[in-house]
Design a protein around this ligand. Structure first.
Ligand code: BDR
Ligand code: CA
Length: 320
């Protein structure tokens, strides 16, 4: 199997930090690009640099992309992540410098010139869409996108839309219609996960600076009852066995609906459940075949215990 390097486009953000910590230890990370999302770009790029420095991976370059969505008004999630993106944690300006090249140009250079890099997105898809508009050949050059975004069921920012897609639906539409193979980990999976206060105690007891920081971040989020969406998503690359079920279906991005703007409209029509008590995620009763326009492999089930084991192992390993 091909050994991929990864570019991670993200908006750290508390759960983005956990995702980065997982990737740094387990995957070859070629570069990190920040986007405005959970909070402004000035914080997301700084947080990316901070977390790489704290984790001892200061050699990995960090780039800043776009702060604002393509045409949407700015939407932030500072009530969940804090105004600086890291809860109440105040971090010093890292020594690690931001790269001078614009994040979008870095994406274009990387994917136009390398055949060994894959893409992970953990924030709004603004940078990726802007890169595709600037260099349309990227549609053939990006081998795959592992995307935390959307949902096979309902949203979080609105009843229909998940935050990353809701922030920049036009960007998401460009990316989802690009023909680039997408693996989507949406809220239907990440909601299956919970980090509870006992987990936070366990992380704090690990006694290394990364784990201490992780515990501090978690204690900001709703008493420790946290889904950690982005960390769940990267699990598909870190340990594919964590995602135990997925289906390739057509997914469209709604950009016009009064109540549904930003929704990932999943077409399940080829999955018919004969037993009304079973839903698609749990049992594929009758499968009528993969539609020709199936563009997204949607994660449906995940092994929560295996994910927890992996996350704890990784956090603990920062002490070695
Ligand atoms: C997504 O929205 C952000 O707040 C998180 O960082 C995650 O990427 C979950 O809907
Ligand atoms: Ca994120």
């Amino acid at each position: 199997m091909k050994e991929w390097n990864y570019v991670i486009d993200c908006d750290p953000g508390i759960d983005d930090c956990f995702a980065l910590l997982m990737c740094l230890k387990r995957l070859p990370v070629a570069g990190v690009v920040a986007v405005g999302g959970n909070t402004g770009l000035q914080y997301t790029e700084r947080n990316a640099r901070y977390i790489l420095e704290l984790a001892g991976y200061e050699d990995i370059p960090v780039y800043a992309g776009y702060d604002m969505p393509m045409i949407n008004q700015i939407v932030r999630a500072t009530e969940i992540h804090g105004s600086g993106g890291l809860g109440n944690t105040v971090v010093p300006e890292p020594k690690k410098q931001l790269e001078k090249q614009h994040g979008v140009d870095y994406l274009i250079d990387t994917f136009m010139n390398r055949d060994d890099v894959s893409l992970i997105t953990l924030g709004p898809l603004t940078n990726i869409a802007q890169a595709i508009l600037k260099e349309p050949e990227l549609k053939k050059r990006i081998p795959q996108i592992l995307c935390m975004g959307g949902s096979a069921v309902s949203g979080n920012t609105t009843p229909a839309a998940e935050f990353n897609i809701y922030v920049d639906p036009e960007a998401a539409k460009i990316v989802f219609e690009s023909g680039i193979p997408i693996r989507m980990v949406g809220l239907n999976v990440t909601r299956q996960n919970r980090i509870v206060p006992e987990d936070v105690d366990r992380i704090r007891a690990m006694g290394n600076p990364v784990a201490d920081f992780a515990a501090e971040l978690l204690s900001f989020m709703g008493n420790g009852y946290v889904a950690l969406c982005d960390a769940c998503a990267v699990a598909w690359a870190v340990d594919p066995a964590i995602i135990t079920k997925s289906a390739k279906i057509p997914v469209k991005i709604e950009t016009k609906g009064e109540f549904t703007r930003g929704m990932t409209v999943c077409d399940w029509r080829n999955y018919q459940c004969q037993n009304p008590e079973m839903d698609i995620a749990h049992d594929q009763q009758r499968f009528l075949g993969e539609p020709e326009d199936a563009n997204v492999e949607v994660a449906l089930e995940f092994d929560k215990d295996r994910f927890h084991r992996t996350l704890f192992e990784i956090l603990e390993s920062y002490g070695n």
